[in-house]
Ligand binder design. Structure first.
Ligand code: SIN
Length: 267
């Protein structure tokens, strides 16, 4: 097995993996340990990587099947790589998501089958801002009082993207409390960015409950923030986390490659 260390952040989730060069193929035992660490920590990051798009797709494959992002992006030499960037060339954005804040969300929850694992590799980062933070959905669920757990058990919520054209014709619903298919643990699965309303509840009561759950699930004790460095590769589990990106000065460049896994398990 390759020699490497998994060092927990000491925060609400996440661990740094030290000692692996992701340009190299990884051995089976290394992948097995990484998969376990990923399920344990929900977010893993690797610093100082100098990888190509092919390396990123190969690494993603250890955890599932990388798929082209659901949003089209022209001129991609490798379909599975999606560019996240505020940079424009000839007046056209070369990537998605600009420089503004992106509120907490789990990726693609506006789809009936949301993305499971996302990976992001930093090639250029701004001097300040553009940090990403993750909230631990297991920890926030576990910390709910029994009365609230009983109140939300069995509820569903409608998820919608703010850009209407990205939504499916039928409303997308997910349980408010989701069970992670691999760990079997329960998670709060609502977000300020993509959860529109709680189904089958009258408007005011539903809104109040959603606000209460979101405030709880994004409380600082459940959140860990990553300050990006060039060469960071970070992967996160959308089945048990949500994430938020802070805004940054649009005159500064932020340029990242992203891959996305749907459906697959890691074990
Ligand atoms: C995202 O919300 O998926 C993007 C995260 C980031 O740009 O840091």
């Amino acid at each position: 097995m390759d020699s490497f260390e998994v060092i927990p952040t000491g925060g609400a989730l996440g661990a740094e993996v030290r000692g692996l060069d992701l340009r190299e193929e990884l051995g089976g035992e290394t992948v097995r340990v990484l998969r376990g660490a990923f399920l344990d920590h929900c977010v893993l990051f690797f610093r100082g990587q100098e990888i190509s798009q092919e390396d990123l797709v190969r690494f993603t494959r250890y955890f599932g099947k990388p798929v082209p992002h659901v949003r089209p992006q022209p001129d991609r030499p490798i379909d599975e790589i999606f560019v996240i960037s505020n940079v424009t060339e000839d007046g056209q954005p070369i990537g998605a998501l600009g420089s503004e804040e992106i509120p907490f969300h789990s990726d693609l929850s506006y789809l009936p089958e949301p993305g499971t694992i996302s990976l992001l590799y930093a090639l250029e980062i701004p001097e300040r801002g553009g940090e990403t933070m993750w909230a631990n959905g297991y920890a926030s669920y576990d910390a709910l009082d029994p009365g609230t757990k009983a109140r939300i058990d069995g509820l569903s919520a409608v998820h919608r993207h703010p850009i209407d054209a990205l939504n499916t014709p039928e409303p997308t619903m997910h349980p408010v409390v989701r069970t992670h298919p691999e760990t079997g643990r329960k998670v709060i699965y609502v977000s300020p960015h993509l959860t529109h309303h709680i189904a089958d509840m009258e408007r005011e009561g539903g809104r109040a409950l959603l606000d209460e759950l979101i405030a709880h699930a994004t409380d600082a004790r459940f959140v860990w923030k990553h300050r990006w460095q060039v060469g960071d590769l970070l992967m996160w589990d959308n089945r048990c986390t949500m994430h938020r990106r802070t805004p940054f000065d649009d005159r500064q460049r932020r340029f990242m490659w992203r891959t996305q896994v749907f459906g697959a398990g890691t074990r």
